[in-house]
Design a protein around this ligand. Structure first.
Ligand code: TRP
Length: 338
């Protein structure tokens, strides 16, 4: 098994990032067997496909690296790096640009959503974004790619590119690329805003009360939970009773995710209780689970050298892992290179 996944560097990491993506990476890492490996990277090259501020990108990349380590990605067991330090990603993308078709990219829903009515004004990078994503995984012969539902289409495109490249430039019994399988983690919880149960928890929400940040201390967490929007009804004893109550559902989902239980389990314990009691319990669980993470995170943020060292070591390993496939791709295409 070779697991490869990327995440765009964003600042202001919050509970939604942790329970939605990062924690699943940590689990996959912890469940890896001998001979298998996880590669996790910060997709900083992808970040330049939209208008961006260089100083903010640099800061977000360092912050995200620190957060991943604080959340449990172990740089000694997993390969943790940022794309920009592994030139093979950009190289392989260019090589795959000869195989990817305009028509395929035109069908990508993320491209359509992000470009909207102004396709002519978008960067070429935004259009070619999925080809870089294909290079990210094909470079390492990934077998499993954990992603959110919204990235499934990009993974299918990576398979199409791999398949066409193999057909065009390799023999059937010796393909250049492995076709990667998207892996949508079953426990990827969708965490919503504490102020509005119909909006995703987001770093760009103007109200800081809408989210639990990974840097929040126990008092702040408790305050935010106590102020979280709810409704006047007590908690139901069954899941069906949460229908039409998105804020209540969100808090119960968070509790379940943090305690490795299900919504049903939580309702069995708290059904019939008012929110006062439930919120205290939730605040305590959150503080207990997040405080080691935020302590480690805050400590790492102050140690730029340590983060640089982690990324440099990861990049060196990634360059080594990617080299054979990169070489074979050049060769298969008839490109001379010594
Ligand atoms: N596009 C992904 C996202 O926005 C991030 C990403 C980049 C990625 N390259 C990848 C995910 C390769 C999985 C594999 O979430």
């Amino acid at each position: 098994m070779r697991v490869v996944s990327g995440i765009q560097p964003t600042g202001n990491l919050h509970l939604g990032n942790y329970l939605g993506a990062i924690r699943n990476w940590v689990r996959m890492q912890d469940e890896m067997e001998e001979g298998s490996e996880c590669l996790f990277f910060l997709a900083d090259l992808h970040a330049i496909s939209m208008p961006h501020n260089p100083a903010e990108l640099r800061k977000a990349t360092l912050e995200m690296a620190a957060a991943l380590v604080a959340c449990g990605i172990d740089p000694d067991r997993s390969v943790l790096f940022n794309q920009a330090q592994v030139p093979a990603h950009a190289e392989l993308q260019w090589l795959l640009n000869g195989t990817a078709r305009m028509g395929w990219l035109n069908r990508m829903t993320q491209w359509k959503d992000k470009a909207g009515k102004n396709r002519e004004g978008q960067s070429v990078a935004l259009f070619a974004y999925p080809v870089l994503q294909a290079a990210d995984v094909l470079l390492y012969q990934a077998t499993h790619v954990p992603v959110g539902d919204d990235q499934k289409q990009h993974l299918e495109l990576a398979r199409d590119i791999a398949q066409k490249f193999n057909n065009d430039f390799a023999s059937d019994d010796d393909p250049v690329f492995t076709l990667p399988d998207p892996f949508i983690p079953p426990q990827a919880a969708r965490i919503m805003s504490l102020r509005d149960g119909s909006a995703k928890m987001s770093k760009s929400d103007p109200s800081d009360m809408s989210r639990i940040n990974l840097v929040d201390d126990a008092d702040t967490i408790m305050k935010k939970v106590k102020k979280a929007k709810t409704d006047p009804e007590p908690l139901p004893s069954e899941e069906a009773g949460l229908e039409g109550r998105p804020e209540a559902l969100n808090l119960v989902t968070i509790f379940a995710a943090l305690t490795d239980s299900t919504v049903e389990d939580v309702l069995r314990d708290f059904g019939g209780e008012g929110f006062g009691k439930f919120k205290s319990a939730l605040g305590e669980v959150l503080a207990e689970k997040l405080s080691p993470i935020s302590a480690r995170f805050n400590e790492l943020l102050k140690d730029r050298e340590a983060i640089d060292a982690v990324l440099a070591k990861g990049a060196a390993k990634a360059r080594e892992r990617g080299l054979p496939t990169l070489k074979r791709t050049y060769e298969a295409l008839g490109l001379l290179r010594h």
